[in-house]
Design a protein around this ligand. Structure first.
Ligand code: PGA
Length: 259
């Protein structure tokens, strides 16, 4: 099967930038990215919830090709879940991609594989694309448990998801020890884990799903590390945290990744 996967470069802004700052950031990014970049890549930004409405208006008014994303959502549509945000609300705001199972949510807010699986299904049900994050801690890596941990998260997170839906998804491999630390997995190590993720998807959901699921690498991606990571056959994009807060750096990363 020919390689038809379009790279996806996503900026995870985490709990940074109020809606005024976010708007400035988006507009600078849109200005820095040439129009033809979107023929070779998809670009998404994932601001805090309170910024989404403002950015939606700007994306729509200026006909930007940047895709609006969210960092999280609840799996239920409505109800007594104080502080949570429904996937329906995100869909109404033209959100296209939702990150779920980020290691910060797993570690700090106690999200389990089962919760991540419920979110994946809810996001798909509302016609958005999940970016399901998986990754091992430093202790797990040093104990030789990287694949067991990561593939376990993949299998559990995709439980009961239809083959065609899995093929439309994004899985982000984010070694926890590389997030926000300035340490990046070597391109060879990242490729090896991403290839194993693709093999696990193929084994459970068939060759088509394995060939079309997009796998991102995330963890201290910077302009200087992008080219080598993106040259790997099973790495289809990047989930960028810190460097996505600077439109100059992020646009550089997008340009390198788009090729
Ligand atoms: P980082 O974050 O690029 O700052 O390491 C990546 C992420 O957490 O998605």
């Amino acid at each position: 099967m020919p390689d038809v996967r379009t790279p996806l470069i996503s900026g995870n802004w985490k709990m940074n930038l109020d809606h005024f700052e976010a708007l400035r950031n988006l507009q600078k990014l849109a200005w820095l990215l040439p129009k033809d970049i979107y023929q070779r890549s998809d670009v998404s930004i994932h601001p805090p919830f309170t910024d989404i409405r403002t950015l939606q208006t700007s994306i729509e008014a200026d006909r930007m090709d940047i895709l609006l994303g969210a960092q999280h959502c609840h799996h239920e549509v409505t109800g007594a879940f104080t502080g949570e945000v429904s996937p329906v609300f995100l869909q109404k705001l033209d959100v296209k991609l939702v990150i779920c199972g980020h290691s910060e949510r797993r570690d700090i807010f106690g999200e389990t594989d089962e919760m991540v699986n419920a979110k994946v299904k809810a996001i798909l049900k509302h016609n958005m694309t999940p970016i399901m994050c998986v990754g091992e801690s430093l202790a797990e890596r040093e104990a030789g448990e990287t694949e067991a941990k990561v593939l376990g998260q993949v299998v559990n997170g995709l439980q009961g998801v239809k083959k065609a839906e899995v093929g439309s998804m994004v899985i982000a491999y984010e070694p926890i020890w590389a997030i926000g630390t300035g340490k990046t997995a070597t391109a060879d190590d990242a490729q090896q884990v991403c290839a194993s993720i693709r093999a696990a998807v193929t084994a459970s959901f068939g060759a088509d799903a394995g060939a079309s699921v997009r796998i991102q690498y995330g963890g201290s991606v910077k302009p200087g590390t992008t080219e080598e990571l993106m040259a790997q056959p099973d790495i289809d994009g990047a989930l960028v945290g810190g460097a996505s807060l600077d439109p100059d750096d992020f646009s550089q990363i997008v340009k390198i990744a788009a090729g």
